[in-house]
Ligand binder design. Structure first.
Ligand code: ZN
Length: 369
């Protein structure tokens, strides 16, 4: 296993409309740069993984411990960063070297294997994809057509015999955009292999507009009192008592409201509906509605809602359908996305003595931009 992997991640990402370089944005659940490192580890193909970074971001790599990893500082330009890494590896006498841009997180392990296999026969192996678009070029304000069958887009990782790449890199004066350029400029043979359409470079912020999912939790408890109607999830439930509260005491709707506010990071129900005269005896559906409306207006969609109703009685199984239908209607939410569980407390405490009902809710929502 005389293979070494170099990841270039010292770029400042000027073309990216973000404050931090693109390799440090969150992408599909982790930092963009971590995708390349994790894939190199998973492939088990490499003796060492060298990551060329800017000193400022060193602590973003704290989780990568052990002698497999080498973190070094980048140079002024890409070619300087690449040369720094090649020099660092010299003492290990590497045979094969793969160089990769951190801005391409979506390459496959199959591609890594393919590159390394081809190095048995070739000194330089570069993946490419053909052009899907028509291409023109401009000379002195005159436009010319290029035959797109002759156009190739090179990708990374690119694979080389270490000695060849090292000697070319040491001699290279001007900036190069990839290592294949070095070989082509020096009239050396490059073996082109099929790249991957999904292995695109993350360059513009549109590329990384991902849908973000959030969770929220809600809890509520109210005392049961005689001579009051019982409302659960907006449905009227026949029972010997109702829930005491500033409002109709609907524990389910209150817990749902708080779970939404939690997922949206917008404080709690008391912030918007304090125990003031204005909200005395308010129907809980009227509390929930503006919160759900705001959720929809802010481009959130509810993925699912899971409810625990904690009481000795009434028996949830008896009223499950009625309650779920009511919540579904109030929230304009498909009833298949709502789950209601009944939970007793072994006759313990206030709830066990049928003097109170509690409810907890978890909601999952996704923001679509
Ligand atoms: Zn409440």
């Amino acid at each position: 296993m005389n293979n070494y992997f170099i990841i270039l991640a010292a770029g400042k990402g000027h073309r990216f409309s973000l404050k931090k370089p693109k390799q440090y944005i969150d992408y599909k659940g982790k930092l963009l740069i971590h995708h390349s490192i994790d894939k190199a580890i998973k492939s088990k193909l490499f003796h060492k993984i060298v990551v060329v970074i800017s000193k400022k971001y060193k602590k973003k790599f704290n989780k990568y411990k052990g002698s497999k990893f080498i973190f070094i500082n980048g140079g002024k330009e890409r070619k300087d960063s690449s040369l720094n890494a090649l020099k660092k590896l010299r003492r290990y006498k590497p045979k094969n070297i793969l160089i990769h841009d951190a801005a391409r997180p979506n390459f496959s392990i199959k591609l890594l294997n393919n590159l390394i296999n081809n190095l048995k026969k070739y000194n330089a192996v570069v993946p490419f994809i053909s052009s899907q678009d028509s291409v023109k070029y401009n000379v002195n304000n005159k436009y010319f057509n290029l035959d797109r069958r002759n156009i190739f887009f090179t990708q990374t990782p690119q694979a080389f015999r270490y000695e060849d790449l090292y000697s070319l890199s040491v001699k290279q004066k001007g900036e190069v955009t990839d290592e294949a350029t070095l070989f082509i400029n020096n009239n050396l043979k490059v073996k082109f292999i099929a790249g991957e359409n999904t292995n695109t470079k993350i360059t513009f912020s549109e590329d990384i507009k991902t849908h973000k999912t959030y969770f929220g939790i809600g809890f509520d408890i109210h005392k049961l009192v005689r001579n009051k109607k019982l409302y659960l999830g907006g449905a009227s439930i026949p029972f010997h008592s109702g829930l005491k509260g500033h409002s109709d005491g609907d524990v389910i709707l209150h817990a749902i409201t708080d779970s939404i506010l939690g997922a949206m990071r917008k404080k709690d129900i008391g912030t918007y509906f304090p125990n003031t005269k204005k909200f005395k005896n308010i129907k809980s559906a009227k509390i929930l509605k503006p919160i759900v409306d705001n959720l929809t207006k802010s481009n959130f969609l509810i993925n699912n809602l899971d409810i625990n109703l904690i009481c000795e009685k009434p028996k949830v199984s008896k009223f499950r359908n009625k309650i779920i239908n009511s919540i579904s209607k109030l929230m304009k939410l498909d009833r298949d996305l709502i789950n209601l569980k009944g939970k007793t407390v072994e006759k313990l405490g206030l709830i066990g003595k049928e003097e109170a009902i509690a409810c907890e809710v978890i909601i999952s929502i996704t923001k679509y931009d």
